[in-house]
Design a binder for this molecule. Structure first.
Ligand code: SF4
Ligand code: MG
Length: 329
């Protein structure tokens, strides 16, 4: 099956007085219809900037997509005008966020906002749009949908507000949904319900989902494949199953150890020591070396390339460099 979205050699940099922040520095992935790809990493690893680059929402200046291609159905979004992008955003590619208030307007009823979104992209009259809004509220499991449309965003609980945002994102049947930490702010039970909802919607609607998260627990729930990012670069890319069965990158090992156990609720176990590097002054050699328990002498001078360690399992680490190389940096 042909991918719906292909990201090739994406580089997004921010130009500040104190230097160039290479927020995204060589990201490659593709995603097929109906597939869920996880992008995992700590904050500052480049996950959200990758998503914003795809949507062409990088504030410029100071940001700039300096290289790469974002092929949506074979067409490069980086070559589209802002006017063309406005037709694609929300209709063909939608995005949801951690905080629904970033995409919901607090002073308008949900009905007003939904109708407006639907009318922007679809050829309908107002009462058809209202019926579509009711359908969407039902689809995402909001009880008494018709009455609840009259409410303002703050009148919904956190979980219900997240459902409203999802309904809004799905208003025009997008083919790709980019979800940036959509459950991070929710408690564990509600988080599970929202992930279950996304799984169900994907089965019904067949869209591709790019799931951005710092939480491997979320990956385990919903993702088919996963790309782990560190300091703007992918460091491991494979099927979700093999990531859990056989993680290869020392950074992924660290993330695995910091998954909170169900029994100990929020408590973070063994978070990875140290902080992500300053992206304006990356260390020579492997970016992860200063925090890596397995670092060798050559890690301080050689920047590892992406190596194929198994069929569809790629890793950027000198522990595996003797294996066949597929992409050089
Ligand atoms: Fe650790 Fe070296 Fe691998 Fe980097 S290349 S992750 S420092 S072992
Ligand atoms: Mg983020």
């Amino acid at each position: 099956e042909t991918p719906i979205l292909q990201v090739k050699q994406l580089h997004t940099h921010f130009f500040s007085k104190s230097g160039v922040v290479k927020a995204v520095d060589g990201v490659n992935f593709d995603i097929k219809p109906g597939e869920t790809l996880g992008i995992v990493g700590e904050s500052g690893s480049g996950k959200s900037i990758t998503a914003m680059s795809i949507m062409r929402l990088i504030p410029s200046p100071p940001g700039k997509i300096v290289n790469g291609e974002v092929l949506f159905k074979g067409e490069d979004l980086l070559k589209k005008s802002e006017k063309q992008m406005r037709k694609i955003r929300g209709k063909e590619i939608s995005m949801i966020f951690q905080d629904p208030m970033t995409s919901l307007n607090p002073v308008l009823t949900v009905e007003k906002q939904m109708i407006e979104t639907i009318l922007t992209h679809e050829n309908m009259n107002k009462s058809q749009a209202r019926e579509r809004a009711v359908e969407l509220m039902d689809l995402v499991g909001i009880p008494e949908s018709r009455n609840r449309l009259k409410n303002y965003p703050h009148e919904f609980s956190g979980g219900m507000r997240q459902r409203v945002m999802i309904a809004m994102a799905l208003a025009c049947n997008p083919e790709v949904l980019i979800a940036d930490e959509p459950t991070t702010a929710l408690d564990v039970t509600i988080q599970a319900q929202i992930l279950e909802l996304l799984n169900k919607l994907q089965k019904e609607l067949g869209m591709a989902i790019v799931m951005i998260t710092h939480d491997l627990g979320v990956v385990a729930e919903v993702c088919d494949r996963v790309m782990v990012m560190y300091a703007g670069k992918p460091v491991e890319f494979t099927e979700a199953n093999s990531l859990f069965a056989n993680p290869k990158h020392p950074y992924t090992w660290g993330l695995m150890n910091s998954i909170p156990k169900i029994t100990s609720k929020k408590e973070k176990l063994e978070a990875i020591e140290g902080a992500p590097p300053d992206l304006r002054a990356l260390p020579q050699g492997c970016s992860f070396a200063p925090r890596c328990k397995h670092a060798m002498e050559q890690c301080l001078t050689i920047d590892p390339s992406i190596t194929k360690v198994e069929e569809s399992h790629h890793v950027r680490c000198l522990l595996y460099e003797e294996t066949e190389k597929v992409i050089s940096t």
